[in-house]
Design a binder for this molecule. Structure first.
Ligand SMILES: Cc1cc2nc3c(=O)[nH]c(=O)nc-3n(C[C@H](O)[C@H](O)[C@H](O)COP(=O)(O)O)c2cc1C
Length: 212
């Protein structure tokens, strides 16, 4: 049993996605403190977009003609693919930035897709449970002015579920900016409720992942 935890928030202090993943990880480890959790922190240790470009170029270059940079990029993609394929469960923190996916998370996905195992057409995560923890500063629910503006969650879910075949559960914490944006002050009770619900859902999922 091995849980792969992927963080992609660019902050460590006050990061809601990290805190919700902490709740999940705590409950995952509670029944068996010796269980293995592998961490990849894309927020603190990002993959350079140039690595992806080099891996794509390598795919169009005969092996014996590849540059050192291209060979290194292919090796990095393979290491990421090994890590993800070895996980029995995966949890991912996905903050909303500029109405889209965190660039660091996009770079991780892009590089993985250069590895044949994660290219479209194969389903390398079939049967693997993946919990996606989404954190958003605003509110995007049905009927809200920004409904449909979250262009991150649909995309990453599409990759995980429909391209890679994972069994995806989404946990959403939104209105996270209510605490610090004065214009959102009246939304603070709702924001607190949503955050508590996200922690509760994450803790339950931690137990479920141990049992799966
Ligand atoms: C550079 C930047 C861009 C952001 N863009 C958006 C946005 O487009 N929509 C939104 O609702 N919140 C936005 N936010 C707020 C984050 O989604 C929110 O703070 C979320 O909680 C971040 O995840 P974290 O708490 O795990 O760091 C942005 C925050 C930053 C730092």
């Amino acid at each position: 049993m091995s849980l792969l935890r992927i963080d992609s928030s660019i902050r460590t202090q006050g990061s809601v996605s990290r805190e919700v993943l902490d709740s999940l990880e705590r409950s995952y480890l509670e029944s068996d403190p010796g269980a293995q959790v592998v961490r990849r922190d894309l927020g603190l240790d990002p993959i350079a977009p140039t690595t992806w470009a080099a891996a794509v170029a390598a795919g169009m270059t005969p092996e014996d003609e590849r540059t050192a940079e291209q060979r290194e990029a292919v090796a990095t993609a393979a290491a990421l693919a090994d890590e993800l394929a070895a996980a029995t469960a995966v949890v991912i923190g996905s903050p909303l930035y500029n109405f889209g996916i965190a660039a660091h998370l996009k770079s991780w996905v892009d590089l993985l897709i250069t590895d044949a195992r994660f290219a479209p057409g194969s389903t390398p995560l079939a049967g693997t449970p993946v919990v996606l923890v989404v954190s958003r500063g605003g509110g995007y629910g049905p009927g809200t002015p920004r409904e449909g503006w979250d262009h991150a969650t649909g995309w990453i879910t599409r990759i995980l579920r429909d391209v890679w075949g994972a069994d995806v559960t989404v946990v959403e914490a939104e209105l996270t900016l209510a605490e610090v944006v004065p214009a959102m002050a009246e939304l603070r009770p709702l924001a607190a409720q949503k955050r508590a619900e996200a922690h509760e859902a994450a803790a339950k999922l931690g137990v479920a992942l141990r049992a799966s």
